[in-house]
Design a protein around this ligand. Structure first.
Ligand code: NAD
Length: 495
């Protein structure tokens, strides 16, 4: 890995930069993954001085540095340029600063550009980086782009064609911060390092796969943005489908980015396009009404700040995807995501097939649950005998949570992802082929919903979504396996 680099952040005064990027860069610095040979250029519209920018950096890493001295030493690597991304002249200044710092920090021409601003600016920035020779072919040149990558196949394709004018696919790292999460990466270990799972990870043994992204919060202050997006685009197009691809992929030849990518892309390309009839019955949208969570009253989505009082935007989306692969043909992959649900939690439930019973009572299926956040770990439900004189079956749950959850030792996704980019490891980023395939699928559902082919259901805040999402599984003789996660309730971590 080369730790010699100049990182240029567009959107340096923004929320993401302050909350996530600066602390992550600091952690990388502290762990020695960024050496003395690095500098960061922050650009944004505000007219900040270097001294002021440094004070923002020190503030953003509060509590992480061992001493004030260490914090200020780190911040001294940060430079600021007031920059309007639409103004070509500003890139001339940026080039000068880039050249000066390359010399000063001996970074061998290596450059990393982080676009932490609204995607409408990505194309302009990429164009000017090339026209003003900031991207000059010296050292490595990599581009990190934030989500959302487009709002439809059409807009995503336009954005991509603008980026590839300046950067090759191998140089573009499309962030899906879920892919940086510890437990998503752990799925590779669970699947490919355990014979007991490796052998049964297919249609012969798995009845259905359930992916839930539940949030207890509402839209908060994001109403203006969210009302034009909705749950399907915000969570399913990217996070849920990425997760699905890791769950459904075939075993890669090796644990290399090329091998993993190839298998993931195959899954995306095998996603079954739903028929008109399936669009009506296999997908459910909902919007939260007022309700109660943990004894507190919450208002309806349409009463939230910056939300259209007649909004048709879904705050809940559920559906059933199928993958047309040898391994998983016919197996439903259920997903659901929503705001103002009973509790926060991202989880995968793998429901194995039921066994014929010799006991005169039904045998419950084995269920493997992968806890992705806020707790990290997994549990496995198996059947045993209930203690006592008589013979009856009892479900036993083996639970495991990583200690890192409690100690906070899990790396922040952004720390892991920036580390990967420095290593030129694109495994945990979305390839264009994946993004393209996912939009093609999501566009169809969006279109059906826009044309009112299925109703917008209401659900009370504090529930797990509309009844229709439960009925959807019943049609497949399945039910959501979600159970409240007492692990973090007991530790008072339910925020
Ligand atoms: P923000 O609105 O807080 O910051 C935007 C930044 O862009 C500011 O620094 C602003 O000065 C700069 N900017 C705007 N117009 C400009 C112009 N014409 N020229 C130069 N600079 C300009 O946004 P954010 O919350 O930091 O989000 C940044 C990106 O990250 C977005 O794409 C967002 O979707 C994505 N994202 C953010 C979060 C988060 O937690 N904030 C999470 C996931 C994804």
């Amino acid at each position: 890995m080369s730790s010699k680099v100049i990182v240029t952040i567009f959107g340096a005064s923004g929320d993401l930069a302050k909350r996530k990027l600066y602390p992550s860069l600091f952690r990388l610095y502290k762990s020695g993954n960024l050496s003395e040979h690095f500098a960061v250029i922050g650009t944004a519209r505000r007219p900040w001085s270097k001294a002021y920018f440094e004070s923002i950096i020190v503030e953003s890493i509060e509590g992480l540095a061992a001493s004030q001295e260490e914090a200020w030493e780190f911040a001294s690597h940060f430079y600021y340029q007031s920059h309007d991304v639409n103004d070509k002249e500003h890139y001339v200044e940026l080039k000068k600063l880039q050249t000066e710092l390359t010399e000063k920090y001996q970074t061998e021409g290596n450059k990393l550009f982080f676009l932490s601003m609204a995607p409408e600016f990505f194309g302009t920035i990429a164009k000017h980086l090339k026209s003003e020779h900031i991207v000059d072919g010296n050292g490595f040149e990599r581009l990190i782009v934030e989500k959302p990558f487009g709002t439809s196949l059409k807009t995503a394709s336009k954005l991509n064609s603008e980026l590839v004018e300046t950067f090759d696919e191998e140089q573009i790292f499309r962030i899906d911060h879920y892919l940086g999460k510890e437990m998503i990466q752990n799925i590779f270990a669970i699947r490919f390092a355990n014979l007991i799972f490796d052998q049964v990870w297919n249609k012969d043994f798995i009845d259905n796969v359930q992916i839930t992204f539940a949030e207890s919060i509402g839209v908060e202050e994001r109403g203006g943005y969210y009302d034009h997006s909705g749950a399907l685009k915000d969570m399913i197009q990217n996070h849920a489908l990425q997760l699905l691809s890791i769950l459904a992929m075939d075993k890669p030849e090796s644990f290399s980015k090329e091998a993993i990518r190839a298998e993931k892309i195959k899954v995306f390309q095998s996603l079954v396009q739903p028929s008109d009839e399936e669009l009506k019955h296999n997908f459910v949208r909902g919007q939260y009404a007022a309700g109660i969570i943990d004894g507190r009253d919450y208002i309806a989505y349409r009463d939230e700040f910056n939300v259209d009082p007649e909004s048709q935007t879904e705050t809940f989306a559920a559906g059933t995807f199928f993958v047309d692969s040898e391994r998983f043909i016919g197996v439903p992959f259920f997903f659901r995501t929503g705001k103002r649900m009973t509790e926060k939690g991202t989880r995968v439930n793998i429901t194995f097939k039921k066994m014929p019973s010799i006991f005169g009572e039904e045998v419950a299926p084995n269920i493997l649950t992968i806890y992705i956040q806020p707790t990290e770990g997994f549990s496995l439900k198996i059947n045993g005998k209930e203690v006592g004189e008589r013979f009856s079956l009892a479900q036993i749950s083996y639970d495991y949570r990583t200690d890192a959850t409690a100690s906070g030792a899990s790396p922040e996704p952004y720390e892991k992802l920036i580390f990967d980019v420095l290593n030129n490891d694109s495994t945990n980023f979305s390839h264009w082929d994946e993004v393209r395939a996912s939009w093609a699928l999501i566009d169809r559902i969006e279109e059906a919903w826009a044309n009112n082919k299925s109703p917008l259901h209401s659900y009370a805040s504090g529930t797990m979504g509309p009844q229709a999402a439960f009925d959807m599984l019943a049609k497949f003789n399945a039910k959501w396996q979600w159970e409240p996660d007492n692990w973090y309730r007991e530790r008072d971590l339910l925020k």
